[in-house]
Design a protein around this ligand. Structure first.
Ligand code: E4P
Length: 222
């Protein structure tokens, strides 16, 4: 399973990249706004900076703002031209699916976002989306089972042979990451805090403290 970090914060992206386990980045307009990135020139510059930080071969999802076919395709092409890492993120709407099919035909990779049902997952895969982003946390937020949707899509894609990668999104905590891996997601995209949460175990801390104490007892002054 690949690890993406879900942020537009450059410090978080650098920290995740330095861990040596980062495969990519996803952003969305809310995450860009949270960093105060506004205006087309600044937005494009920020995406380019993210691509340069993560380096070659690590996908960076950049979301379109347009919601009509022509607008999505034009914006998607501008984003894709920025850097070879860019994957164009397109919302799961009728015009979006049409645009995904068109962009796919022209060799531009896409991430279909705002996915909340198995039916939407089928449409995105039929259109040839590179990634599909079902939003786990937001489904959990309304009292439904986000991870059940991942399991359902994994089953459908296995049965049908669709090669769209399932990118579990709206991940909120380390448990979500573990559950997504068990459910068979191809990728998880999560805040840095959720990735760092995977490190924590009190027995690791206690064990390391004891190993070091025993070493220093046996090697006084070392
Ligand atoms: C996905 O690509 C989105 O950027 C993101 O995962 C949404 O997460 P949220 O529901 O925590 O905002």
């Amino acid at each position: 399973m690949q690890f993406f970090v879900d942020t537009a914060n450059l410090d978080h992206i650098r920290e995740a990249a330095e861990l040596g386990i980062l495969d990519g980045v996803t952003t969305n307009p809310s995450l860009m706004a949270r960093e105060g990135i506004a205006g087309e020139k600044n937005i494009l510059k920020h995406y380019r900076t993210i691509c340069e930080i993560v380096g070659e071969g690590r996908d960076v999802s950049a979301e379109v703002i347009a919601t009509d076919f022509k607008g999505i395709v034009e914006e998607g092409k501008r984003l894709a031209e920025l850097h070879e890492n860019i994957v164009v993120k397109v919302p799961m709407i009728r015009e979006g699916v049409k645009a995904i099919a068109h962009l796919t035909e022209t060799g531009i990779r896409t991430n279909c976002t705002l996915v909340f049902s198995a039916g939407q997952a089928i449409l995105a895969a039929k259109a040839g989306a590179t990634y599909l982003s079902p939003f786990i946390g937001r489904i959990d937020d309304i009292g439904w089972d986000g991870m059940a949707l991942i399991r359902e899509i994994v089953e459908i894609y296995n049965n049908t042979g669709y090669d769209t990668a399932i990118l579990a999104a709206s991940i909120r905590n380390p448990l979500h990451i573990i559950q997504a891996a068990k459910a068979g997601a191809d990728v998880v995209t999560c805040p840095l805090s959720a990735i760092l949460g995977l490190f924590s175990h009190p027995l690791t801390d206690i064990g390391l403290e004891k190993f070091l104490a025993d070493y220093h007892k046996a090697n006084p002054g070392a």
